[in-house]
Design a binder for this molecule. Structure first.
Ligand SMILES: C[S@@+](CC[C@H](N)C(=O)[O-])C[C@H]1O[C@@H](n2cnc3c(N)ncnc32)[C@H](O)[C@@H]1O
Length: 220
């Protein structure tokens, strides 16, 4: 067996875990990072995406910081390190521009919502006020570290979500913000998925599925 291959027992437990987390993953939910400058922030967002059960991560990457292919991304050391290997388990796709990413999402009938500490566009909500189950296919956008979210993404989105802030500083760090926002969005969508098989509250399950996974050491 080569040095890099996991031992058979370990491989089995990884597969078991991958199977166990599948029903908890939020279907048709994508996190989009628009033009991130810092690879550490990309890694943190991918880690949050994986940990919170978001289906995919898209990166608008005009600087061409990422390789084209996910397989190559998984082998990129800086990304693997900053995401603590989450990039191996989370599908990541890069786009050259905001327009290209929006066109792809819209073609596949995804609705976008953006995040910003500032009021942007027509509809603005605080994170805890939003209903993130209203759209079957949802893309949640996070903006650049300095410039924030672009006007184009705002124009093509349904609403702008803000995490309420109480300090002297203008904004949260990109990675931190993604964790807070995606926690609320996935919590709501998992609760919905646990009750309904399909959208429009059709196909109600006789017994709701659990919404949290047993932790190591717990029965279940
Ligand atoms: C460091 S912030 C960008 C700050 C930038 N000066 C601006 O005007 O938005 C990076 C990204 O994190 C997200 N973000 C940070 N703080 C936020 C907050 N309080 N509410 C919603 N999103 C926030 C947004 O997606 C933002 O584009």
């Amino acid at each position: 067996m080569s040095e890099r291959e996991p031992e058979p027992k370990k491989r089995l437990s990884v597969r078991k875990k991958a199977d166990a987390i599948k029903p908890f993953r939020c279907k048709n939910l994508i996190a989009v990072i628009e033009d991130p400058a810092d690879i550490a922030n990309i890694g943190t967002v991918i880690r949050n995406v994986n940990a919170l059960g978001v289906e995919k991560a898209y990166v608008v990457d005009p600087r061409k910081a990422l390789p084209e292919d996910w397989q190559d991304m998984r082998e990129r050391r800086a990304l693997s390190k900053s995401s603590v290997s989450a990039v191996k388990w989370t599908f990541v796709r890069r786009f050259d521009s905001t327009e290209e990413c929006l066109a792809h999402l819209e073609k596949n009938r995804f609705v976008s919502i953006v995040t910003s500490p500032h009021v942007k566009g027509k509809t603005n909500v605080y994170l805890h006020e939003g209903d993130y189950t209203a759209y079957a296919k949802l893309a949640v956008w996070f903006g650049n570290e300095k410039r924030g979210i672009s006007e184009l993404a705002v124009e093509r989105s349904e609403m702008c979500v803000a995490v309420p802030m109480f300090g002297m500083i203008e904004s949260l760090n990109l990675g931190t913000c993604s964790g807070i926002v995606l926690y609320e969005v996935t919590k709501q969508r998992r609760a919905y998925q646990s009750q309904y098989r399909r959208r429009g509250q059709k196909g109600k399950r006789a017994e709701p599925l659990p919404t949290v996974m047993p932790r190591a050491g717990e029965d279940g």
